[in-house]
Design a protein around this ligand. Structure first.
Ligand SMILES: Nc1ncnc2c1ncn2[C@@H]1O[C@H](COP(=O)(O)OP(=O)(O)OP(=O)(O)O)[C@@H](O)[C@H]1O
Length: 627
């Protein structure tokens, strides 16, 4: 038994198990605060289904689908329920791909329509009288390319799912899958029947951040199939931290709303803080808090929740280290200095310039973050930025595998990514010669990524393209060409040159970046820790670092003025920067199992203290100004 499944059932768990066992409408929404055990309820419900319905489902070749937000969350749930084939645990993308993959002809039609749409969009740009000449030329070129692709897709044998779309080669990208999946599910009755037959139960975890079109498509299925199918959402609207998430999931007629009043994770001191934070949102007040057994008695943990205000100058890194030492001394607890144990301490930073500098990838960070387009800046945090993918999933793992002498792993990576090892290319090839040459080229990559090699990221990509080590999509090929003809380093960040700036970074910066992405440092992003918990949590608040309009602690704490746009959003009752920052702060503070410290960098520390006192989240005696 794993830790989650082993937890005692709450009344809500019992109510859910009864519902799952019933033969009426079984759809439900479980909505509850942080640490209330939503994921625990989900895995316990899976175990209950296995126990009571497992043999029948297996006999019918059916599965229970559990869709969640990240690979990390998939692993967590898998860790609880094991590798049982009865459960199909996956991210949204991979679930949608499983569902739509068999419909190859429909996929081809969809791509055809999409290309027609793109052609029409470009034509519209050309037709606008105020479009600049250079833009018109680019649009005309794009149109030609799309038209060419229209003829090429006829020859595609079957479509695959990859990171970026490359229609001519049969590759559908992340964003395509997210459009096609809900379209197909919502639009085809046959699809709905097949879906519910194969997956008579579908659970969606972290529903507040799930794509709204996907949620709507599933709702439609639930309406169409009220009996014999069970759709269950688990979420917390106050933990929505991605702009595009669905937020609250309204219940429908016949559905049950299940609530969980307790918080099982946080100690009393932290529970008081997060209840106050939440009082400004939906006012849900959680009860109980974490308990431990002391001398045979179940007792609540008091824990701690403090704020340390530090001057925002260019000594931030040193000051943060000093603050950790201060906490260690105050508590006589070396845990605050922990560097390696992931579960013991996490430092949560909103944006990572500080971590980037410390880990040795300041330029790469700047390329992704400063005036960069949304897909790069948000992809920086979780490693999904399209320019970074080949390195994180292929090049760096291959080089590491060579360092460790794991040739088998290198072959696995090459087989997956290298066009020269695909079945079509291998037919009639001199396999031994090919393998030798590939081995040699991996050796060259190792040397290029060694400290002091003076190689740029773009050089590595050119090497890979020239030796056909990877199938690049068109966007990437254009970028490699652009890098090749741009001799001068770019000094001024601009949206359109972000990817090129990435290409011009020292290749060795990739190692620090990998370390950060793989969470091999005590730092984690504030958005990246959904669903997780740590013994000690340090939330680093530093508005100077953030250069986006998505979050602002200054505005949230009432120190920075709100803009006219913000005012417009507030007046219209729309989601605004203050709401988003509050939710992020709530998620961060609610990760602590024992101790929470919020480290705030402020231009004016006294003023910040006043602002925090006025907010009233923390007790007066728990707010410290450290010089
Ligand atoms: N019934 C229970 N009894 C005791 N502890 C529990 C119970 N349910 C959950 N817990 C513990 O509470 C903590 C939080 O549980 P879980 O991660 O499932 O909550 P969650 O609601 O998904 O959290 P969040 O939304 O904040 O990510 C875990 O340490 C879990 O082991």
């Amino acid at each position: 038994m794993t830790s989650r499944i082993g937890k005692p059932n709450t009344d809500t768990d019992t109510a859910l198990h009864d519902r799952l066992a019933g033969d009426g409408n079984r759809h439900f929404v479980m909505v509850a605060g942080a640490g209330s055990g939503k994921t625990t309820s989900l895995v316990k419900a899976l175990a209950e289904i296995e126990r009571t319905q497992g043999p029948d489902l297996r006999r019918n070749g059916q599965q229970v689908a559990c869709v969640t937000y990240t690979e990390v969350a998939v692993d967590e749930i898998r860790g609880d329920v094991g590798n049982d084939e009865l459960f199909h645990v996956s991210t949204i993308h991979s679930f949608l791909w499983t569902v739509i993959k068999p419909f190859q002809n429909d996929l081809r039609d969809w791509v055809g329509n999409r290309l027609h749409e793109k052609i029409a969009e470009e034509q519209e740009k050309i037709d606008k009288p105020r479009t600049r000449e250079a833009t018109k030329i680019r649009s005309a070129e794009n149109m030609e390319r799309y038209k060419r692709q229209l003829t090429e897709i006829g020859a595609v044998k079957s479509f695959r799912y990859g990171t970026g779309s490359d229609y001519a080669n049969g590759v559908l990208g992340h964003s395509d899958i997210l459009k096609i999946g809900p379209d197909f599910i919502a639009g085809h009755a046959l699809m709905q029947t097949l879906l519910t037959r194969r997956f008579p139960v579908i659970f969606v975890d972290e529903s507040q951040d799930t794509d709204p079109a996907f949620v709507d498509a599933l709702r439609k299925v639930a309406r169409a199939v009220p009996l014999g199918f069970c759709l269950g959402f688990f979420g917390d609207p106050v933990q929505k931290i991605y702009m595009q998430g669905a937020g609250p999931i309204p219940s429908e007629e016949g559905w049950e709303t299940l609530e969980k009043p307790e918080n099982f994770r946080c100690p009393q001191a932290v529970l008081r803080v997060i209840n106050r934070i939440r009082a400004e949102d939906d006012q849900l007040e959680q009860t109980r808090g974490r308990h431990v057994v002391v001398n045979g008695e179940d007792a609540p943990v008091e824990g701690s929740a403090r704020v340390l205000i530090l001057p925002a100058d260019d000594l931030r890194q040193e000051r943060l280290e000093k603050a950790r030492r201060w906490l260690a001394e105050q508590d006589d607890d070396e845990g605050w200095l922990e560097e390696a144990d992931e579960e013991a301490l996490r430092l949560l930073v909103l944006v990572h310039r500080m971590a980037a500098t410390r880990l040795g990838f300041p330029n790469l960070y700047s390329a992704f973050n400063d005036r960069s387009p949304e897909d790069l800046s948000s992809g920086l945090i979780d490693g999904t930025a399209w320019v970074a993918r080949p390195f994180l999933s292929y090049v760096l793992p291959a080089v590491l595998a060579r360092h460790k002498g794991r040739e088998f792993e290198i072959m696995r990576l090459l087989r997956k990514h290298c066009p020269r090892l695909q079945p079509d290319a291998l037919a009639g090839a001199d396999t031994a010669g090919l393998l030798n040459s590939l081995q040699g080229q991996i050796g060259e990559l190792v040397a290029m990524l060694e400290a002091g090699s003076d190689v740029r990221i773009g050089d590595i990509l050119r090497f890979m393209r020239d030796n056909n080590l990877m199938a690049f999509d068109e966007r990437y090929l254009e970028l490699i060409d652009l890098y090749a003809v741009t001799a001068k380093p770019i000094s001024e960040p601009a949206t359109e040159n972000a990817a090129l700036r990435f290409m011009q970074c020292d290749a060795t910066e990739l190692w620090g970046y990998r370390k950060y992405i793989e969470k091999m440092s005590p730092f984690a992003t504030q958005q990246g820790i959904k669903g997780a918990e740590f013994d000690k949590v340090i939330v680093v608040v530093d508005d100077q670092e953030g250069r986006t309009n998505t979050f602002s602690y200054g505005k949230y704490f009432g120190l920075a003025p709100i803009s006219a746009t913000d005012r417009g959003h507030i007046d219209a009752g729309r989601d605004c920067v203050i709401d988003r920052t509050r939710r992020l702060f709530y998620v961060c503070c609610s990760r602590a199992l024992s101790d929470l410290a919020v480290v705030v960098f402020a231009e004016d520390t006294a003023q910040m203290r006043e602002a925090l006192l006025a907010k009233g989240f923390f007790e007066q005696e728990s707010i410290y100004v450290l010089g």
